[in-house]
Design a protein around this ligand. Structure first.
Ligand code: UDP
Length: 317
């Protein structure tokens, strides 16, 4: 039997690169596609020596063509940090809409299983807490975050339409805040910002009074959830994230402690429409995938710190 082949869009990004590694480890041939707007070739450089790894520098909002068979497509291409989608609003909307359409068309043509990377942002600034998959969300379509939230909501709708109309085997994962090695130092998300600031002894920029909450999942746990969901029969959206919730101020303190830094806190204005609370309800993932996170925050931060130490030292050299 020939090897299974997977296409990973956004494969040179933070999550995409971890997925490339996982699928190579599972014996797949991996085609990593990225336009490198927010992805970074250095995330997958170490994979170029693998004979089953192929990189394609391409924008999935244009025509996507792949020669030969495809068994699975993981659609992870998109700017994903609030700063990125504020800087790239039109690309964010295009990759969620046109890009998802193109990649679904490819899945249909190849008879490939399709997994969409969706997001907890579909719930917006939630009025239901914790967020379960049957909550429809509280999204401001015309606010600054709307470009990402609505693109992903559209992508979910398009994915379901391809499933219902064309019988494409589809999966939708709603990803909650995830962290780990390879997040871009300057991507503006809370973990890279705090870690880089702590390592440099600069003040940690806490937005608002830091009372807003998030629940942080280590990347290896997320990748395991994706693997299980892809291999399950579940078509409707499934939350994957770590339900251990904390305030952003507590998170800042955890990073200061882990790095042994002397940094202080610098309070900055809260961005528009910043969700006040966020915690995944993962009962469904537990039930249908037998999945739950294994890595706690201390262990996850420890594993992340090593990579950040090296990259901050390189950047500052
Ligand atoms: N945040 C912060 N300081 C930073 C970056 C982010 O206090 O330097 C806050 C942000 O306002 C939000 C939370 O941390 O409440 C998580 O932000 P992130 O950009 O990581 O992702 P989000 O969960 O908002 O999509």
């Amino acid at each position: 039997m020939s090897k299974q082949r997977v296409l990973i869009t956004g494969g040179a990004g933070f999550l995409g690169s971890h997925l490339c590694e996982r699928f190579l480890g599972e014996g797949y041939e991996v085609i990593c596609m990225d336009n490198l707007i927010t992805g970074d070739i250095r995330n997958v450089e170490h994979l170029f020596r693998e004979k089953d790894f192929h990189f394609e520098h391409r924008d999935v909002t244009e025509h996507v063509h792949v020669v030969g068979q495809l068994d699975a497509i993981l659609h992870f291409a998109s700017p994903a940090s609030p700063i990125d989608y504020l800087e790239l609003p039109i690309q964010t909307l295009k990759v969620g809409s046109l890009g998802t359409h193109k990649v679904l068309g490819l899945a249909r043509a190849k008879g490939a299983r399709f997994l969409l990377a969706s997001t907890s942002e579909c719930y917006g600034d939630p009025l239901v807490h914790p967020q379960s998959e049957d909550y429809w969300g509280n999204v401001n379509p015309v606010g600054p975050r709307g470009v990402y939230d609505e693109a992903k909501r559209f992508a979910e709708a398009m994915t379901m339409a391809y499933h219902r109309t064309h019988g494409v085997e589809t999966r939708i994962i709603r990803i909650f805040n995830t962290y780990g090695p390879r997040m871009r130092l300057k991507d503006g998300r809370v973990l890279p910002s705090f870690m880089a600031q702590a390592l440099r002894g600069e003040p940690l920029t806490v937005f608002g009074d830091g009372s807003q909450t998030r629940s942080f999942c280590f990347v290896d746990d997320l990748v395991e959830g994706i693997w299980r969901l892809l291999n399950s029969d579940e078509v409707l959206p499934t939350n994957i994230g770590n339900p251990s919730e904390m305030t952003i101020l507590q998170f800042a303190q955890a990073v200061i402690e882990m790095t042994g830094s002397k940094s202080k806190i610098d309070y900055r204005p809260l961005p528009v429409d910043d969700p006040k609370v966020r915690q995944p309800d993962i009962r469904k993932a537990r039930r249908i995938l037998g999945w739950e996170p294994q890595v706690d925050l201390t262990e996850g931060l420890r594993r992340t710190l090593k990579d950040f130490r090296e990259r901050v030292a390189l950047a500052d050299a």
